[in-house]
Design a protein around this ligand. Structure first.
Ligand code: IPM
Ligand code: MN
Length: 351
């Protein structure tokens, strides 16, 4: 198979972790006789510096023309402490999600047997956790009307959803649940928010089309608590944009490290794969960041192209590196650690 992949390294540790994912993907391509054509493009602070815009039109064109996008991270501290900045790297990410129509963000949470004691949560609570969040990604309070009024003394952000936006996300949730344990949880705040009541009403109306799926409806605050208490009670969870943002960071604690969790953002026409961690500016350029989340995101990409063996090869070699402790310092427990690039080399050689 010939794959054309847009490569958006972005900011901070983005370029370093992306390099390792490319190494490992190329090794997979070589082994299984595929050809991957990578087309780099600018995004984030790097793009602001180069062309004054965090998601330039040229980058969008590269993404649209590609079969998929592999993305590193976005964000730079120089913008974080400047509320008056007119252009921010994160705007590029939101614009990219919206323009590419990536309405469903798939964020799995699972544990690695060799790392189970890295999690701050007790082993017996988290063993066997295997859940997936489907976070709505192109609507809600991230994209609703916002502004200031009353002489700049009042600010507002609006959580808006249409029935159709909820339906298309929920459909993916039901379909995913059918391929797994047929359990779906709709996470909302229907006791307070009107948009959540529309979520609940819409998902309830879809239940009849998926009679085998058991659907539960839970409030987001309760899920925040139960998620770390009994994570294995959950399988597929669907939720709106901001709730999903918060809960998936929380869920990453179960696996023991944010440096491990991959994600896919999909829509009707485009697909993007990225680690759930951010740009981790403190580590940028030091060759110490954990590349596994990005490498496992590339595995999700192979899977979505129907390349199941290839995806498995990536996951197997990652598990092997963890078992043999060929890991970056965040996972080394004070024992010998390896550089980002060394972990990438080792994985590529062992594919
Ligand atoms: C994420 C990030 C982004 C988000 C930020 C960087 C805008 O936290 O992908 O989860 O809030 O969606
Ligand atoms: Mn987030």
């Amino acid at each position: 198979m010939e794959l054309n992949i847009a490569l958006l390294a972005g900011d901070g540790i983005g370029p370093e972790v992306i390099d390792q994912a490319v190494k490992v993907s190329n090794a997979v391509a070589k082994k299984y006789n595929h050809e991957i054509n990578w087309t780099p493009a600018l995004t984030g602070a790097a793009a602001i510096d180069a062309v004054g815009e965090p998601y330039p039109d040229e980058t969008h064109d590269v993404c649209v023309a590609a079969d998929a996008v592999l993305f590193g991270a976005i964000g730079h501290p120089r913008f974080d402490n400047d509320p008056s900045a007119k252009v921010r790297p994160e705007q590029g990410l939101l614009k990219m999600r919206q323009k590419l129509g990536l309405f469903a963000n798939v964020r799995p949470t699972f544990t690695f047997p060799s790392l189970i004691d890295k999690s701050p949560l007790k082993r017996e609570r988290i063993e066997g956790t295997d859940l997936v969040f489907l976070r709505e990604l192109t609507s809600g309070v991230y994209f609703g009307e916002r502004g200031r009024k009353d002489d700049n003394n009042t600010a507002f952000d609006t959580m808006t959803y249409t029935r159709e936006e909820i339906q298309r996300l929920a459909k993916k949730g039901f379909e995913l649940a059918m391929t797994r344990t047929k359990k779906l949880c709709c996470v909302d705040k229907a006791n307070v928010l009107e948009s959540s009541r529309l979520w609940r009403e819409t998902v309830q109306a879809m239940e009849k089309d998926y009679p085998e799926v058991t659907v539960s409806y839970e409030f987001v605050d309760a899920v925040a608590m139960r998620l770390v208490q009994w994570p294995s009670d959950y399988d597929v969870l669907i939720t709106e944009n901001l709730f999903g943002d918060i809960l998936t960071d929380e869920a990453s604690v179960i696996s023991g490290s944010m440096g491990l969790m991959p994600s896919a953002s999909v829509g009707t026409d485009n697909k993007l794969y990225e680690p759930i961690h951010g740009s981790y500016p403190q580590a940028a350029g030091k060759d110490i960041a954990n590349p596994l989340a990005t490498i496992l995101s590339a595995a999700m990409m192979f899977e979505d192209f129907g390349l199941t063996d290839e995806a498995k090869a990536v996951r197997d070699v990652v598990n092997k590196s963890l078992a043999e402790k060929i890991v970056t310092e965040d996972l080394a427990d004070g024992a010998k650690s390896y550089k980002t690039s060394e972990v990438g080399d080792w994985l590529a050689e062992n594919i």
